[in-house]
Design a protein around this ligand. Structure first.
Ligand code: CA
Length: 242
């Protein structure tokens, strides 16, 4: 991955599945398609990974030790983590399917399944999600980013940004309301193998903060001590420190 920007061809997925055979079958299949794959064999690990790591999609079994798939999905959506989710279940009855979709799953696949079907569905939900995020404007409060002209304004005032500041702000906007660790920001905005001792994230965040928050009564960029940063709507009062 050294310096190479990976798009659809090398996606990263999380498989939450306690049946070893099924998990291995999926893992091998996706690795053969050049996906980076993490596997969690219980609900707690699955939820922790889904919360702390950044995935293009999650394959989520319903019946799991610890926490079931519905509980994990509910927790993720409550945290505003919008990663596309494909639910798997041995129970193919309609209530399960409806419950999963109501809770915010993007698709549902009954077991047993063919790998080609899982792959096709994962590709479809990722495409659908990225079409949503391809909207040409991103906004938070009175700040607006025009992705086509690459212009940013707040309260009607033009804010010139460097490329890195623009990319960072765009990523924060796409993950609005979500706390993003320095590691996640480094992986997405700089390089995945970037030296983790660097304070580049803090430096660029501070520059961005001066440009978009200084002189405005409501601050949009918040520091979460020991974790990272979050961009928030002024009405979103989940605990942060500044
Ligand atoms: Ca299971």
């Amino acid at each position: 991955m050294l310096g190479v920007k990976c798009y659809i061809a090398c996606m990263r997925i999380l498989i939450v599945e306690d049946e070893k055979k099924v998990a291995q079958f999926l893992q091998k299949g996706f690795q053969a398609e050049s996906f980076t794959v993490d596997v969690a064999a219980d609900g707690h690990t699955g939820l922790r990974l889904a919360q702390t790591e950044s995935y293009d999609a999650i394959i989520l079994d319903v019946m799991l030790p610890g926490k079931n798939g519905f509980e994990i999905l509910t927790a993720l959506r409550a945290l505003k983590i919008a990663t596309p989710v494909l639910m798997l279940s041995a129970k193919s009855d309609i209530e399960d399917r409806v419950e999963g979709l109501n809770l915010g799953a993007d698709d549902y696949l009954p077991k047993p399944f063919a790998f080609s079907e899982v792959l096709a569905r994962i590709r479809a939900i990722v495409r659908r999600k990225s079409a949503d995020v391809m909207a040409s404007f991103l906004t938070v409060a009175d700040l607006r980013m025009d992705l086509l002209s690459r212009r940013v304004e707040r309260g009607g005032k033009d804010i010139p940004l460097t490329n890195k500041e623009f990319e960072l702000l765009q990523y924060l906007l796409r993950n609005k309301g979500r706390v993003l660790s320095r590691v996640i920001l480094m992986e997405h905005i700089w390089d995945i193998n970037f030296d983790s001792e660097t304070n580049i994230v803090d430096v660029v965040i501070n520059r961005l903060r001066r440009k978009i928050d200084d002189g405005f009564p409501t601050k949009l960029i918040h520091t979460v001590r020991g974790v990272g940063y979050a961009l928030k709507e002024p009405t979103d009062d989940s605990a942060t420190e500044d």
